[in-house]
Unconditional design. Sequence first.
Length: 188
Amino acid sequence: MQQESNRLHAAEHAEQITSFIRRDIEMHLRQMERHVEKLDAQAFAVVGADAELKRCYERLISVRGIARTSALHILGELVILAADMTARQWVAHAGLDPRAFDSGTSIHKPARISRRGNHYLRAALYMPALVAARRDPNVKAFYDKLVAKGKTKMQALVAVMRKLLHAIHGMLRSDTNFAGEKFFAMKA
């Protein structure tokens, strides 16, 4: 859809664009929007029909920052994982685990996330982590603490994503809703 939107934008700024091409792109965009709506409806029907998926979905939306669409994306990436995986394995699967980058004996770069894992899961966690870092007081305190320690905003946000994935793992295993005080205990 983004590619078609970009194509429409480029076509509108081209000097010799025909109305036929513009209408064709707009029609294709509307068609894709309808398909996405149908797929969303089917996904919610599948989640609503399965008690286990519905339970997991409700746990996910208890996190401030994870709403309907984000919960579906995250759930879709997590349900395929083995039931006995640990939270650390989930983090590694998402590619959010820190890896040292060394080149021989001369170059020792600081550790960064590996990005070797599931980029769809990383992408699905990005916006919820960003919203949670702004709206949930405990998550915001964790984020602010990292920034105060000298981490960049993106490093702090990735740390929130990683910790949020740990929290989701715990919530689904213990069948409890999100508890901000368990995520990060703020000092009184």
